[in-house]
Each structure stands twice: as C-alpha cells, then as structure tokens.
Design a protein around this ligand. Structure first.
Ligand code: PEP
Length: 250
C-alpha cells in the first residue's frame, strides 16, 4: 500500500444506529490530525443514517457513502427504492455498487452497469465491487470472473476518474479467511491488466475487501498494488477501525 491517498471504507451493511455514529466520532476526530492528511476515510451506513451522519462529518475530512441505489436515475414509481439523486441530496459523496451480497440477491452485471452510469451522472464516486465465489475459485475461474465483471460493469463508462475498484473475493467476506498476499497481488495485477485492455489508462485505485481486521491489516497492507481497504464487520467497532488504519499506515 502506498502512503498517498489510501482509502479506508467502512461498509456498515444493514447495521448501525445513532449511538454507533456517536461512537465513531472518536475515529473522526482522530483522523483529522495531520498524520492522516493523505488518507480517505469513508463511512457507508444504511440509507436512513446518511443525512444524520453527513451532518456530523461535514466539516471534517471524512466522507459519507451509500451502499447501493436503484438503476433509474430519474424519479419514478419504484416503491421502496432510492436512486442516486436522492443519495446525493443527503450529502453522500460515494456509493458502493456491485457488492456480492447484492449480486447474490439477483443483481446482474447489466443492472450494476446501469447503476454505475446513474451514480456517475450525479457525480457520486463509485466503489465498484468485484470478486469470485469459492466455487469459481475452486474451478480456477477467478480471472474469468474478474474479466467478466469488469468488462460488463464498466461497459460504456467514460468518467473513469470517479471509479474505484474493490476486489472482494466472496469467500473472504465475513469468513475470517483472507487470501495469501501472493494470490491477492496476482489478482490485483490481473485487474490492472484488464483495465488496461479496456483502454482505461487512468490510474484507477484498487481496494481489497474481505475480513480485514486489526490482526491482518499490517500484513495485507504490504501489498503495494493495493490502495486501501473496504471493511465490513470490523468497521462498526471504532477501536478496530482505527487500529486497522494505524496498522496499515505505520
Ligand atoms: C464487505 O462486506 O464489503 C466486507 C469486506 O465485509 P467483511 O469485512 O465483514 O468481510
């Protein structure tokens, strides 16, 4: 991990409340120190907390992001959904799209591509998740999956500077199992190769996500191709989250 512009993205999934936001203020105060100047800290809480969370961080270096959106960027009859325009209006700057938990719930590469287009239209920065399942890894299909998800997800996308790729092997999410550094490094290099093939010459940031915790952060941060972490479970605990940040940068 280089020391410049490294990302620490907290994915709160379907957890969190006002008390958790208040508890996270200790992290937010800390990362405002000079030492963290080049770090980007982004909290992605459930939709209902976006606006409140934003009001707490708006004068700090911390940003807020959403975890998904509807693919239609215009308002419309979509009961129970929220689109990129509504997300933008909360003060959120980022959005996670293509998370495997949403792919599992039926989201396709095509829908994800539409969501990315709609989020970029609203000037949101997209954290685009890709990664293979365990069964695919066992069949040695990791590269095939990475290529398919990147090619389809980024089809026709011009505003590449607002895309961050998060490589999250599905088998490592919430499992406590992380890939070996050599495997991770190989897969991230492959992602870069595909991006190059897709004529994406911009230096896209690539994050790793999957069971990052204070115990493995230092080791994972040795991988120089990684520009940060997407952190689920450990990010709701302020002590663990700050520990991960400190262990990654020291
Ligand atoms: C995630 O949900 O994006 C994630 C990385 O989760 P965890 O850190 O809990 O594995």
């Amino acid at each position: 991990m280089t020391n410049n512009n490294t990302y620490f993205v907290a994915n709160w999934k379907m957890y969190g409340n006002i008390a958790d936001i208040n508890r996270s203020m200790s992290v937010i105060r800390l990362v405002n120190q000079k030492k963290y100047k080049k770090k980007k800290i982004i909290y992605c809480p459930p939709y209902t907390l976006l606006k409140h969370f934003y009001s707490k961080v708006k004068n700090t270096k911390v940003s807020i992001g959403a975890q998904n959106c509807h693919s239609n960027s215009e308002f419309g009859p979509f009961t129970g959904f929220i689109n990129a325009k509504l997300i933008k209006s909360t003060g959120a700057k980022y959005i996670i799209l293509g998370h495997s938990e949403n792919r599992d719930a039926g989201e396709t590469d095509l829908t994800i591509n539409k969501k990315i287009v709609s989020a970029l239209k609203e000037n949101l920065k997209v954290i685009f998740c890709i990664g293979e399942k365990l069964s695919e890894k066992k069949k040695k299909q990791t590269q095939k999956i990475i290529m398919k998800q990147l090619t389809n997800g980024l089809r026709g996308i011009k505003n590449i500077k607002n895309i961050i790729v998060a490589y999250e092997p599905v088998w490592s999410i919430g499992s406590g199992v992380v890939p070996q550094n050599s495997e991770l490094s190989k897969n991230i290099k492959y992602i870069k190769k595909i991006l190059f093939k897709l004529k994406i010459r911009k230096n896209i940031k690539i994050l790793y996500g999957g069971s990052v915790n204070p115990k493995n952060a230092k080791e994972l941060a040795q991988i120089k191709e990684i520009n940060g972490f997407l952190i689920g479970g450990s990010s709701l605990n302020p002590k663990k989250f700050i520990d991960i940040i400190n262990k990654s940068i020291n």
